[in-house]
Ligand binder design. Structure first.
Ligand code: UD1
Length: 420
């Protein structure tokens, strides 16, 4: 059986402009939120990636009519017929769990298969469950499914999250919008995608304040309605191409992203010797010579995003000296580090730390992506490696990057997809 791979030959200068799509981690939740109120939604700036296709299928199995195309999702949730998401779909993508809150809001019940998705450590659901229980939901789990139901309607409550989980914050918000009374979330996640979701829900008639801060207040409303919305730019896609620009010299401009959503990564790029210029909705990088080593630790927003950890590690690997990258958000998110040693990198992983001794040059090799961001980072490494790098298991990359190869080729990379 033939497999599609990405082949990249290192050494080309990388310069030009790349248009950034809407954020994967926002659009999936906006699509899920359309379950809450019946009606016709139009979501624009939608990235054409496989995860969006999976969420569309999840909504279709519930009875929604979904049309995808031209960076737009048209969703009609007037006649939902089911409150159950089947294992075949949910197992493909963890973000499917974000239909839990919306289904509870619409039907007072939800049956959702336990999700699969990225294999980055054990990603538990305990905070999702506990916070929805606080609104009156009773859960049962068996045969790989979670079943939640609420008698007599959701009721607002004060909920303090043990960790600012993005997914748990979102599920709780999406249930609380229609709960009786007020819900206050303490230690809420502050990611820009949370703000995008809150803006979307407020346009639907919700009453949410404080999104983007650690305390979010939701006054439950009786009625919500469909709306139109443009998805916020994808800061992780932008950050990935900025690394390509830094590696390939630049100047490389990403357009369609707010630099305020990348404060920490941009500050670190400058510490590593990369020249950064900002526009209102664009960022340009350029670089000459060796990168300076810099210790990085991932943290919830506004800290450095775990979703850019592998990409930044490519810079550390080529830096002039040693550095440490500490992963604080996920267990076991260093699969990339193991694979990149095949290209000559000197990385030693010890628990939550990767200790990196910079090398002068990477050498092209056959490598396998084991997750979305790690796969993207292997391609970045290939851009500067000596000779050809062949990246396999590229379906991981297609989950979150629209036309990764085409965009990199448009700024000078010697790169192609090929069936082998
Ligand atoms: C989202 C993003 C993902 C990003 C992550 C952190 C989407 C589709 N995915 O994932 O790209 O890397 O935020 O910024 O938006 N946890 C628990 N119990 C829970 C929930 C989470 O222990 O109930 C743990 C997880 O195992 C993980 C940490 O909390 O170690 C952070 O997870 P969370 O913020 O929930 O990430 P996701 O929403 O899954």
């Amino acid at each position: 059986m033939s497999e599609e791979v990405i082949k990249v030959v290192g050494g080309n200068p990388i310069r030009g402009t790349i248009k950034i799509e809407g954020a994967k981690n926002s659009v999936l939740k906006l699509m899920a939120a359309s379950i809450i109120a019946p009606g016709e939604y139009s979501i624009t700036n939608v990235p054409m990636i496989s995860d969006v296709g999976i969420m569309a299928d999840v909504l279709r199995t519930l009875g929604a009519v979904v049309e995808l195309g031209d960076h737009c999702a048209r969703i009609d949730t007037t006649n939902l017929t089911s409150f159950e998401t089947p294992y075949e779909l949910v197992a493909k993508m963890r973000a499917s769990i974000s239909v839990l809150g919306p289904l509870l809001a619409r039907f007072g019940k939800a049956k959702v298969a336990m999700p699969g998705g990225c294999r980055i450590g054990t990603r538990k659901l305990d905070m999702h469950i506990a916070s929805l229980e606080a609104l009156g939901v009773v859960f049962d789990s068996e045969h790989g499914y979670i079943y939640g139901a609420v008698e007599g309607g959701l009721v607002g409550n004060e909920v303090e999250l043990a960790f600012p989980s993005v997914g748990a914050t979102e599920n709780l918000i999406m249930a609380a919008v229609v709960a009786k009374g007020t819900t206050i979330i303490e230690n809420a996640a502050r990611e820009p995608e949370i703000c995008d979701l809150a803006n979307f829900l407020n346009k639907m008639g919700a009453d949410i304040s404080g999104a983007g801060t650690p305390v979010i207040t939701i006054n439950g409303v009786e009625e919500m309605h469909a709306t139109d919305h443009r998805v916020v730019g994808d800061r992780i896609e932008a950050g990935t191409y900025l690394i390509a620009g830094a590696l390939g010299g630049g100047p490389l401009t990403v357009e369609g992203v707010d630099p305020n959503n990348l404060r920490r990564p941009l500050a670190i790029l400058e510490k590593m010797g990369v020249h950064v210029e900002e526009g209102p909705n664009s960022i340009t990088v350029s670089h000459e010579g060796a990168f300076k080593p810099y210790d990085i630790q991932t943290l919830p927003f506004p800290g450095f995003p775990t979703d850019l950890q592998a990409q930044f590690m490519v810079l550390s690997i080529l830096a002039d000296g040693h550095s440490i990258i500490t992963e604080n958000v996920f267990e076991n998110r260093f699969m990339f580090a193991d694979e990149i040693t095949r290209m000559g990198a000197d990385v030693r992983v010890d628990g939550h730390h990767a200790v990196i001794e910079g090398v002068e040059q990477l050498s092209g090799a056959p490598v396998q992506s084991s997750d979305l961001r790690g796969g993207a980072a292997l391609v970045l490494a290939g851009l500067v490696a000596d000779g050809e790098t062949t990246v396999s298991n590229i379906e991981h990359i297609d989950r979150g990057y629209e036309d990764y190869v085409g965009k990199l080729r448009s700024v000078g990379a010697d790169i192609k997809r090929e069936f082998v």
